[in-house]
Design a protein around this ligand. Structure first.
Ligand code: NAD
Ligand code: GLY
Length: 364
């Protein structure tokens, strides 16, 4: 087993990375005891892993309840969030109840937000079952739901007590979802670690073949990088924004196309190409690097061109959507740009240049 620690004073916690740990009661031995636990999962993941998790938690929690939510980004809403509160209240759950988020980033983000709100805060544990959730969303305490006008716009910073990355769950992940997760792994290269980037170039094929050692390395290295960034800037006063490389364009794609049409990782894939192209046009990075990054994203099975989200004024629509990004200040969009391979900078860019990049990078 590999362990990566998130160091945040009294909110510190471990990320454990191993095969087949989800099913073992010992995995959860250090968690706070309580009269009840609530597993939050969805209709896809429940039949695969919920019984195993329930059995593993039974020795520790006298009552293990479960709520099964509808599956999909389009359900990351107030209405679905309320189903978690309904379950907590219907079962008479007290403020020691531990919530377990069993699923991908959608389940993790919603469960974390519910845990932050219920009785003003109850403990929760992330049990991520997608690659994307294991390398990014389950770590660092960002929780949220979507609003029709903006992605992840309503939420809280709220840290889990533990993150249980069981690599065996990746065996059942659809190929498209594996690729989406690889987008968030690739992201760590240009912003922080070109050694990881070169390793991904050398190992993309074995990762796509789900070779266990390669997946373990990708998850561990991603968590290490994220742990360092979150440890330095938990609430995104500055540095943490670099983790949003590709996300400003990507969130516009997700919201503009309708949540669920493009996977989050797919939006990030095309979004990283756009952000890198913008970096090159600002003179921050060589065009050759944009090409190298584009090739890696394509090899991961991800789109490298953004969609047309408005036939009449595509660039205008992207700009409109990006102005509600959480990094925007006073209506000015701030982009995560590559300031030479392995280093990121967050800054605004002229609208005219951004329009040129969108026109250059979108299909059609
Ligand atoms: P997801 O949660 O929708 O999961 C993808 C699909 O895979 C779903 O259909 C799910 O039911 C299914 N699935 C999950 N585990 C499975 C398994 N082991 N086998 C078979 N199917 C499985 O999507 P995601 O890519 O995990 O997460 C995307 C979400 O994460 C977005 O909402 C995004 O905004 C959020 N996110 C949050 C952060 C953060 O820091 N909090 C970071 C990145 C992304
Ligand atoms: N996924 C971006 C962050 O955690 O800050």
């Amino acid at each position: 087993m590999e362990v990566v620690n998130i160091i945040l004073a009294d909110r510190s916690y471990p990320i454990t990375i191993a095969h087949d740990q989800l099913t073992k009661p010992t995995t959860y031995a250090a968690l706070p005891s309580a009269a009840a636990a609530l597993i939050v999962t969805n209709t896809t993941v429940a039949p695969l892993y919920a019984d195993a998790l329930r059995s593993a938690l039974a020795p520790r929690y006298p009552q293990v309840h479960m709520v099964v939510l509808p599956d999909g980004e389009e359900h990351k809403t107030w209405q679905t969030l309320n189903l978690i509160f309904d379950a907590l209240l219907q079962h008479g759950c007290d403020r020691k109840t531990v919530l377990f988020a069993l699923g991908g980033g959608v389940i993790g983000d919603m469960t974390g937000f519910a845990a932050a709100c219920y009785m003003r805060g109850v403990p929760f544990v992330q049990v991520p079952t997608t690659l994307l959730a294991q390398v990014d969303s389950s770590v660092g305490g960002k929780t949220a739901i979507n609003h029709p006008l903006g992605k992840n716009m309503i939420g809280a910073f709220y840290q889990p007590r533990m993150v249980v990355c069981d690599l065996a769950t990746l065996d059942t992940l659809p190929a498209r979802e594996l690729s989406a997760g690889l987008a968030e792994v690739i992201k760590y290269g240009p912003i922080a670690d070109m050694e990881l980037f070169a390793w991904l170039e050398a190992n993309m094929d074995v990762l796509l073949a789900r070779e266990r050692g390669a997946l373990a390395h990708a998850v561990k290295r991603s968590c290490q990088i994220k742990a360092a960034v979150v440890g330095a800037d938990e609430r995104e006063a500055g540095l943490r924004a670099i983790l949003n490389f590709g996300h400003t364009f990507g969130h516009a794609i997700e919201a503009g196309m309708g949540y669920g049409a493009w996977l989050h990782g797919e939006g990030v894939g095309a979004g990283m190409v756009m952000a890198a192209e913008l970096s090159a046009r600002l003179g921050l990075v060589e065009a050759a690097f944009v090409q190298r990054l584009t090739q890696l994203i394509a090899r991961a099975g991800l789109p490298t061109r953004g969609p047309i989200i408005d036939a009449a004024d595509n660039a205008g629509r992207y700009l409109e959507l990006m102005r509600v990004d959480k990094k925007a200040e006073g209506g000015e969009i701030r982009f995560v740009l590559i300031d030479g391979p392995g280093k990121a900078v967050v800054r605004p860019a002229p609208d005219a240049l951004v329009r040129e990049v969108i026109d250059h990078c979108c299909a059609g």
